[in-house]
Design a protein around this ligand. Sequence first.
Ligand SMILES: Cc1cc2nc3c(=O)[nH]c(=O)nc-3n(C[C@H](O)[C@H](O)[C@H](O)COP(=O)(O)OP(=O)(O)OC[C@H]3O[C@@H](n4cnc5c(N)ncnc54)[C@H](O)[C@@H]3O)c2cc1C
Length: 131
Amino acid sequence: MFIFFSDKFSAGWSWTWQVKRAEFDKVLIEEVKRKGVAVRFNCTFTDVSCSRNEQLITYQSSEGKQVVVQSKYVIDASGYGRVLPRLFDLNIQSKLSPRGTIFTQVNDVNRTEKAGHNIFVHAFNNNTAWL
Ligand SMILES: Cc1cc2nc3c(=O)[nH]c(=O)nc-3n(C[C@H](O)[C@H](O)[C@H](O)COP(=O)(O)OP(=O)(O)OC[C@H]3O[C@@H](n4cnc5c(N)ncnc54)[C@H](O)[C@@H]3O)c2cc1C
C-alpha cells in the first residue's frame, strides 16, 4: 500500500521535510549560540528549587562537578526524560496499553525515484502491529 502525504484528510500543508536529526539539532543550537545564549553540553540537570522570584537549578557538568545556577524561568525540554515531572513527583502512569518499538536503519540500494514510493506501511496480526 502506498500512502501519499498529499492525500491527507484535513486542510493544511500537503508536504513536509525529512531532515537528519543530528544535523538539524546542531543547526538550531549553533544559531541559538550565535544569538548570544550560553549553551552547556553534556550536563545532567539533577535538581530545581523554585520560588516566586528565582529558580535554582543544579546540574552535573561534563567534568562531574555539581553546579548551581540561578534563573528567572525554567523551561523543561527534556522530552521523554520528563525531568521536572519526575522531580516534582507529577509523573502519572499512562492508561494506554503498553507498546513496544523496534527502531533500525537500513541501507537500501533499491530506492526508487518515484515520488512517495519509498515509504511502505504494512499492518499485520489483525492490525495490532505495523511496520
Ligand atoms: C525512533 C523515533 C523516530 C522518530 N521519528 C520522527 C519523525 O520522523 N518525525 C518527527 O517529527 N518526529 C519523530 N520522532 C519524535 C521526535 O523525535 C520527538 O517528538 C522529538 O525528538 C521531541 O523533541 P524534544 O526536544 O521535546 O525532546 P528530545 O528530542 O527527547 O530531547 C530531550 C533532550 O533532553 C535531554 N535530557 C533528558 N534528561 C535530561 C537531564 N536530566 N539533564 C539534561 N538533559 C536531559 C536528552 O538528553 C535530550 O537531548 C521520532 C522519535 C523516535 C523515538
